[in-house]
Ligand binder design. Structure first.
Ligand SMILES: *Cc1c(COP(=O)(O)O)cnc(C)c1O
Length: 398
């Protein structure tokens, strides 16, 4: 028999990013590249600058790099800090760990609050560290809003309040790569100094763009910061937010896609976008409860609405389950990252997504559990009951 080289129907890309790219965005990207020094590009660029502000909840400048999200991590640090500066981080999971590794490689002095990979950044622990730092050696607090390895959402507003209670001048930096455009986020209201974001998750784009939203305080810090920087330097990029022209060749076609995605978020309305993700998060957690499996997240205040991380029972391999589901049902689920490898699988329910896509996703997982012989109850029925329920989900605001 000839080997099969085509699988019929759509692939369910239910990893927590990159996410499903909607047709409208694909069609927008599929256009001839234009002169990035010409007037048409300038109009595109300035329109995007306007459309980005509400999504970040930021009135100040937002720079766009042609890079993965990790580039925006590095940009946040090199633009604001100097060699040997102390940075306070919280070990919430794999992404917090990776960000801390960049800080260490850049020659910063890392103070990492240890964590169990089941909780978010602890506002009280951060407040205590800052209160004890009377000499103000800590120059920045850097946390991950939505820790994608554990499906835990940190309470950024409470972290801000803890910094204020301690009366500490440290900058606050937040990674929103898997929350922006899916979980409510407010750069200005929460007093965030640098927000780090990427294109390939809530923004419904392919990978390839990364963002820094910058506060006045962070801008001021960048004028005296001494870490070497060139490609990531904000000053050249800031020009682009005023004139529309970039210091180097921008990812023009990705920007066509970004404009379309931002129009889509605006047409749906951000409040509705957040409510949709909250419903899907709640329905997925009801499925997990029905299956009798365990969430990685322990604190209901920190449940993520953009993805769910689920432990498999002792003696089973989460990656074998994922492989079975891919092979039989053409669906990709997120693998366990770092120390959760093999013990956890993750369901992404963010970006361009609706009730029937979630229903299909949960059915695929339940059938996979059957085939893998993992003991479980019925999670699909309680999840569908939640989706049928017209009442809006609770706890929109964090
Ligand atoms: C995906 C992700 C990243 C990494 O982004 P890259 O584009 O792979 O560099 C960082 N932080 C969080 C929270 C993420 O979800």
């Amino acid at each position: 028999m000839r080997p099969v080289s085509h699988v019929s129907g759509i692939h369910f890309l239910q990893i927590p990013g990159p996410t499903n790219v909607p047709e409208r965005v694909l069609r927008a990207i599929d256009r001839a590249t234009i002169d990035h020094r010409g007037p048409e590009f300038q109009r595109l660029s300035l329109e995007i600058a306007c459309l980005l502000h509400p999504v970040f909840g930021a009135r100040g400048p937002i720079v766009i790099y042609p890079s993965s999200g990790s580039g925006a991590w590095e940009a946040a640090l090199v633009n604001t800090l100097s060699p040997g500066d102390r940075v306070l981080m919280a070990e919430t999971g794999q992404f917090a760990t990776l960000w801390s590794r960049i800080a260490t490689r850049l020659g910063l002095d890392l103070d990492m609050i240890p964590g169990d990979w089941r909780h978010g950044a602890d506002p009280d622990a951060i407040g205590e560290r800052l209160a004890a730092d009377t000499a103000h050696a800590i120059k920045a607090v850097a946390i991950v809003h939505n820790e994608t390895s554990t499906a835990v959402t940190s309470r950024v507003a409470e972290v801000r309040a803890a910094i204020d209670r301690a009366g500490h001048p440290a900058l606050l930096m937040v990674d929103t790569i898997s929350s922006l455009g899916s979980i409510e986020y407010r750069h200005d209201d929460w007093g965030v100094d640098v927000t780090v974001a990427g294109s390939q998750k809530g923004l419904m784009l392919p990978p390839g763009l990364a963002f820094n939203a910058i506060s006045e305080k962070a801008l001021a810090a960048s004028r005296t910061a001494r870490l070497p920087r060139s490609y990531w330097a904000w000053d050249d990029m800031l020009e682009s937010t005023r004139t529309g022209w970039f210091p180097y060749t921008p990812a023009t076609n990705m920007l066509y896609g970004l404009r379309e995605a931002l129009h889509m978020l605006d047409e749906e309305g951000l409040a509705n976008v957040y409510a949709r993700h909250a419903r899907h998060g709640e329905a997925t957690r009801r499925a997990v409860q029905g299956w009798g499996l365990e969430l990685v997240a322990l604190d209901p205040r920190e449940y993520s609405n953009s993805l769910t991380a689920i432990s498999v029972p002792e003696g089973f391999d989460a990656d074998a389950l994922r492989a079975t589901i891919l092979e039989r049902f053409n669906m990709s689920l997120g693998t366990g990252l770092g120390k959760l490898k093999g013990r956890v699988f993750r369901i992404g329910h963010l970006g361009s997504f609706n009730d029937l896509m979630l229903a299909g996703t949960l059915c695929g997982v339940q059938m996979g559990l059957d085939i893998a012989g993992i003991p479980h109850g019925d999670g699909v029925t309680p999840a569908l009951a939640q989706l049928t329920n017209p009442a809006p989900a609770l706890a929109l605001s964090r």
